[in-house]
Ligand binder design. Sequence first.
Ligand code: G6P
Length: 362
Amino acid sequence: LSAQKEGFRFFMEKEIYEQSEVLSDTLIGRLAEDAILFDELNPSLLEGINEIKLCACGTSYHAALASSYLFERLGKIRTSVEIASELRYKEPLLCTDTLFVVISQSGETADTLETLKMAKAAGLKTLVVCNVDNSSMVREADAAILTRAGIEKGVASTKAFATQMAVLWMFSLYVAQTKDTIDAETLRKQIGLLREVPAVVRVHDDLHERIRRLSKRYLHGHGFFFIGRDIFFPLALEGALKLKEISYLHAEGYPSGEMKHGPIALADPELFTIALMPKNLLYDKTKSNVEELSARDATICAISDVPFEKADDFIPIAAHDHYMLEFFETMVVLQLLSMEIAIRLGNDVDMPRNLAKSVTVE
Ligand code: G6P
C-alpha cells in the first residue's frame, strides 16, 4: 500500500497534490473558446426548466451549497439546496419545471439515491454529478456528468470535492448559455478563469511548510470557527468538516456576518477562528466581522491575499483577480491545515474513526 502512496504520508496528502491534474482532466474537452461543452447531455435537458434543486450529503452537500451561489449569480436560475436525509421525509413540493441534481462522489449514498428515485417518481428530470461511472445514481438518473477525480481513497474527500466544484461551476455557465442569459464577454472571461484553476490548486512547498509549522498552535483549545461570506461560507463549512473528520476537534463553519448573533459570546484566546478573507468578495464586510472577534481576543488565523495585521497567524494565498480562483486556493489551504493538525495529533488521516467512505445505510 505504501508504494501506492508514491512517497506521500497518506492517501489524503497524495490526493490533495493530485488536484491540479484531476481538475485538468475534468475540464478537458468541456471548454471551448466561447462555450461550455457537455457532450454527455441531451440539449433538451433544460427545456421547460425554471429551477434547480441540488441534493447531496456530506462534502458533496457543501459542493451543492457552494454552487448554488453560482447557479443564481451566473446561471440566473432559481436554485435551492437540500440535505438528502432531510429532503426524504419533509414531504417536499416537487414541481416538474425543476431539474433535480444529485451530487455524489460514490454514486451509492443511500439517502441521496433515495431522493433521486423520489424526484423521478414525481416526474422531475434528473441529473447526477458523480465520480463513479456505472454507479447506482448514474444508472438511475436521466443524465450524468462525471467528475474525473480518479479513485479517492482518503475517507475525507478532497479531490472529489474540487472536481465537483469545477463541474458545477461549468454547469451553471452551461445553464446560462443554454437559456441565453449570459453575454459572450462574461462567458469568455469565466472560461478563462476555469482554465486557470489547475494551476491555482498546485501545492507549493513553501505554502505547505508554512501550514505545517503553524498547525502546532492549533492542537488544543475550545474549538474552531471557520468563517466566511457568500460562497466562502460553504467553503468554511467544508473546512470545518474536514477538520472534524480527521482531527476529532470540534469545529463549526459559520457565516461571518452571523457571528455577532450568538457565537461571538464564545470568543476568547482559546477560540480559534479560521477567517476566509478573499480580497474579491466582500472583503471589507468580512474584515469588520473578524475585527470584532479579534477585539474580543479570539485567536485569528486569516487566509487571504491581503495582509491582515490583526491576525495572530496569516496564511497568504496568491493575489487573484476573481473570487473563484481565491476559492480554489483557499480550499487547498483548508485541506492542508486540517491534515497537518490531524497528523500532529497522531491520527490515521486516511481511516478516521467511526467514518466510512461510502454510506449505503440510511
Ligand atoms: C460519507 C463520506 C463523506 C462524503 C459523504 C457523501 O460520509 O465519509 O466524505 O462526503 O459520505 O458521499 P458521496 O459519495 O455521496 O459524495
